[in-house]
Design a protein around this ligand. Structure first.
Ligand SMILES: O=C(O)C(=O)C[C@H](O)C(=O)CO
Ligand SMILES: [Zn+2]
Length: 274
């Protein structure tokens, strides 16, 4: 079963006037992971798509998605898949990929139908592509790690880069995930924006009762969302995307836009946040 929800792009001056439920309706993605289903959120931010596939005891295939009006979803798109569950299998382009928890699969434009099976919980990201780069399984052992922050500022964290120019080539998609060190709670501090790229977060590895206080909005008009495990946040190019967790968490970040330069960020110091 395939479900696709569309999210239109919101102007920052509109977001300023939103109350809590409206902010959640436009920027929070809930219920993406349901057994036996593929559930996608098709955004109008760089036409980025995020979603989940949980095959359970069956097999799920992602092929035609009406929203793209192409014969197959990946005809003019690339895809990044992260397995946030137990080991599972993805088949695409005549290849079979065995994915452990935390492994990332890149599928190039024209890969055709994508099938999911096994005990995996597959987080799906996709954006338009202009060239068919080779598909590639990037395991945890193959990613590039960058350590940032410090325990004194409660933001010591490891950024694992998978779909990233230093690891492999892609058209627009950049993807990886960040984990906090014991005792640290803050991600992405100092905050930043990048008007050249949108970004989407998926928070995972959290206890049922935990929540992340996700900060969004223009730097001088911040808003927040309380986010639970396996929920996503769409971050427009004008919005900061930082958070603090009540309990442990990891988050997958993925971006699409004009460049694939992870370091292209405009930082905002805490004193300038409002
Ligand atoms: O902890 C961080 O800092 C991040 O993970 C930052 C994100 O990767 C990001 O926002 C990249 O633009
Ligand atoms: Zn960012």
């Amino acid at each position: 079963m395939l479900t696709v929800e569309t999210r239109h792009a919101i102007h920052p001056s509109h977001a300023r006037d939103m109350w809590t439920e409206e902010l959640r309706e436009h920027f929070l993605a809930q219920g993406m992971f349901r057994e036996g289903e593929i559930r996608l959120v098709y955004t109008h931010y760089d036409r980025f798509v995020m979603g989940g596939a949980v095959p359970g005891s069956g097999r799920l295939t992602l092929d035609v998605v009406e929203e793209t009006k192409t014969p197959s979803f990946l005809d003019r798109r690339e895809m990044g898949i992260v397995n946030i569950g137990e080991p599972g299998t993805v088949e695409a382009g005549g290849e079979t990929y065995e994915m452990g928890r935390g492994d990332v699969l890149y599928l190039g434009m024209g890969s055709g139908a994508v099938s999911f099976s096994g005990a995996g919980r597959f987080y799906i990201t996709s954006c338009p592509a202009h060239k068919a780069y080779p598909s590639k399984l990037v395991t945890l052992a193959d990613c590039k790690e960058v350590t940032m922050g410090a325990p004194e500022t409660s933001n010591k964290r490891t950024i694992k880069q998978f779909i990233h120019p230093q690891v492999m080539e892609s058209c627009q998609l950049i993807l990886g995930y960040t984990s906090l060190e014991e005792g640290s709670v803050w991600n992405t501090i100092p905050s930043h924006i990048h008007d050249r790229r949108m970004e989407a977060y998926l928070y995972w590895g959290m206890d049922e009762e935990s929540r992340v206080l996700h900060l969004m909005g223009e730097p001088d008009e911040t808003r927040h969302l309380f986010v639970a495990n396996e929920e996503g946040v769409v971050s427009p190019s004008w919005s900061i995307h930082s958070g603090a967790g009540i309990g442990k968490y990891t988050f997958i970040w993925a971006m699409a836009g004009d460049n694939v330069d992870y370091t292209d960020m405009d930082f905002i110091q805490p004193k300038d946040l409002r």
